[in-house]
Design a protein around this ligand. Sequence first.
Ligand code: IMP
Length: 194
Amino acid sequence: MTLLVVATGNPGKLREMQAYLADSGWELTLKPEELEIEETGDTFAANACLKASQVALATGNWAIADDSGLQVDALNGTPGVYSARYGKTDSERIARLLNALGDEVHRGAQFVCAVAMARPDGAIALQSEGVCRGEILHTPRGHGGFGYDPIFYVQEMQLTFAEMTPELKRRVSHRGKAFTSLLQQIEKVRNYEL
Ligand code: IMP
């Protein structure tokens, strides 16, 4: 199995990626703790590439990174790449977003996830992106998930992300779609066919 360093210090994210990439033939491991990478890009894809490339270069291994966030149409795509930095806690971030939207009737939004994989020399070998469209509710619903999940309603399922089972969320979410598309190409990457 080829080692694939996940550009995160978060064991939860490692477990999630392991679930998506199970049976893919890659052995996933966390990046060294002391290796900190600032997310200075202004797109999700730029941040994913930056993290994957720097971790690959620093460790001399293949590396994978993702970057994700919420874009609200009526707020010109805010909070976007600042989703994690939009407040100190999940409830603060949700309160700030609901306040910014106020009584706006156009409540369309999307979650986006960009994934990038880098070769040991830091070159980007593979990129994918997944998008999930939804609407921002006026009040939170459901207790599952994390982050903005309780206010993100998916019309197709008539559920918020926080009301979905983990399996359903994996299937319809931005992250699920990004990894499904990555999986379709990942075999070719190791064989240097991409
Ligand atoms: P990162 O990709 O780890 O940088 O996370 C970006 C931020 O976007 C998270 O801290 C959450 O606030 C938000 N976010 C990304 N994906 C989701 C999701 O599936 N549900 C809820 N919030 C999310």
